[in-house]
Design a protein around this ligand. Structure first.
Ligand SMILES: [Zn+2]
Length: 484
């Protein structure tokens, strides 16, 4: 009598526990299902990128090209006609085969109703209902906020007649477009960097390269844009993505440039980066620690600003970065912002970095290839080893107009757009090939109630063909990413 009830009570407890656990499982399934449903309906929604207006960061249907010579991988937007067998590599110029079956557009997740809680921020990538046909969803970058006057001048965004506030790093990183990169040079091929000065003008064929200053001028490497065998070209607002599209690429010379380089300085060396923007040459000076010299930025030989001393370690590889963007100057060491003339150390009005940016519509009396230039050099008592030189250009917003009269203006040069309350101005990153607030007929602005949400994650990047299957399903795994 004493054992059986115990046993049966154990059994009952186990049964109860099993039932509870089953109930819990069912319950958690139901909760998960309801959560997923709610999440899908109210929190995130999936969209597929329809066009290349946000390329190269977000791609519509495109050919996924990989250069067999240098390994550069990039997308080329599809065109209505038949794609050619091959295209020239934007990095090394070699023939790149064009895959017959294009990849699908990126699939993204959008945070819905985020803007019910938080005010939209300039440079957010947003999904919204197209103002002239709210049944269509569009994706663009939000650049103008309610009440602002928006105007594009010289490729830059102006807000209330002043250059737009500096982009946050997350947005600026997305808007730097690759122009040249020594990772796609070398192995004996002549690349785009040439030694200048006493060493002659030989193209560098192997990386890393050694710089040994022998006189006061120092030893320099000069970036020469374009095909290594052809004449030097100006850095323009060209997108490899657009080569099959009837866009208006390359109409404008771009002077907002960034150079990044992995550099090992010998003690006593002073590295310099020179960025040319039309008549202005900006020099970013990186003296090796131990010299007691400050980092500094010069404009046409005149000191503009100084930073801290001993900010540039010698004897080990460091990443030097110099950028001239949106009329501001940034100097970084190992990703750390050492000088920033955008922010708290803003130049005063008469010292503002201002230059006439040449375009096809303006007369320009010098060779256009001289309008923008990039050099890196070393002076002083020590040499340097340089590797992984990367040149990027900033987005250049073009002044392409729409055709019909608009209610609010187009936001292009001399035709600014004045935003009313609850109105936003949007632009595509692929400016020459983007239908956005500049070009929409009738209704160029996005009203607050047409905003769907903030694009935040690429969850199924540019699906490609699966071997042996007629459908495109295989995501480009390396491309899962947050949208900045
Ligand atoms: Zn290549």
């Amino acid at each position: 009598m004493s054992r059986h009830p115990e046993k049966s009570s154990d059994q009952a407890a186990r049964d109860r526990a099993e039932r509870d656990s089953l109930l819990e499982t069912v319950e958690s399934f139901v909760v998960a299902f309801v959560l997923a449903f709610v999440f899908r309906a109210y929190v995130v929604e999936a969209f597929v990128i329809p066009t290349g207006s946000m390329a190269p960061r977000l791609n519509g249907e495109h050919h996924a090209c990989v250069c067999p010579t240098c390994g550069y991988a990039y997308g080329v937007g599809i065109d209505k006609g038949t794609a050619p067998e091959s295209l020239g590599c934007p990095m090394c110029g070699s023939a790149v085969p064009v895959p017959r079956m294009p990849n699908a557009g990126d699939r993204i997740l959008v945070l819905k109703y985020m803007y019910d809680l938080f005010e939209p921020q300039r440079w957010d990538v947003v999904v919204f209902k197209y103002p002239n046909d709210p049944s269509q969803n569009y994706i663009k970058r939000l650049v103008g906020l309610p009440g602002e006057k928006i105007e594009i001048v010289g490729g830059d965004l102006y807000v209330n007649d002043r250059i737009a506030p500096p982009k946050p790093d997350r947005a600026q990183e997305s808007l730097w477009m690759p122009v040249g990169d020594t990772r796609y040079e070398g192995s004996g091929r002549p690349g785009r960097w040439r030694r200048s000065g006493s060493a002659g003008a030989a193209a560098v064929t192997e990386w890393p390269a050694t710089l040994s200053p022998s006189d006061g001028e120092g030893a320099w490497l000069e970036y020469r844009h374009g095909d290594a065998h052809g004449p030097p070209e100006a850095i323009r607002d060209v997108y490899a993505y657009n080569v099959l599209s009837a866009g208006r690429d390359g109409q404008n010379v771009v002077t907002d440039l960034r150079l990044r380089a992995d550099v090992t300085l010998e003690p006593g060396a002073v590295a310099e980066v020179a960025l040319t923007a039309c008549e202005d040459e900006f020099r970013f000076v990186f003296p090796a620690s131990g010299l007691g010299q400050k980092v500094r930025i010069l404009r046409n030989g005149q000191l503009v600003a100084e930073g801290p001393a001993d900010a540039v370690p010698s004897g080990r590889e460091i990443c030097l970065e110099a950028a001239n963007v949106d009329h501001g100057l940034v100097l970084k060491v190992d990703g750390r912002r050492v000088m920033d003339l955008n922010g708290d150390r803003r130049l005063d009005e008469q010292d503002t970095v201002a230059y006439e940016v040449p375009s096809r519509s303006r007369a320009w009396d010098r060779s256009e290839s001289e309008a923008s230039g990039v050099r890196i050099g070393v002076r002083g008592a020590g040499g340097a080893t340089v590797a992984r030189l990367r040149v990027d250009r900033d987005v250049y917003y073009t002044n392409d107009r729409g055709t019909a009269a608009m209610r609010h203006g187009r936001g292009v040069e001399s035709d600014p757009c004045r935003l009313a309350a609850d109105e936003f101005f949007v632009l595509g990153d692929n400016s020459p090939n983007s239908a956005d607030s500049r070009r929409w007929d009738h209704e160029p602005v996005v009203s607050r109630d047409h905003l769907i949400g903030k694009a935040f994650f690429v969850y199924w990047p540019s699906a490609g063909p699966a071997p042996g299957l007629p459908i495109r399903i295989v995501p480009t795994v390396s491309e899962f990413r947050f949208i900045r």
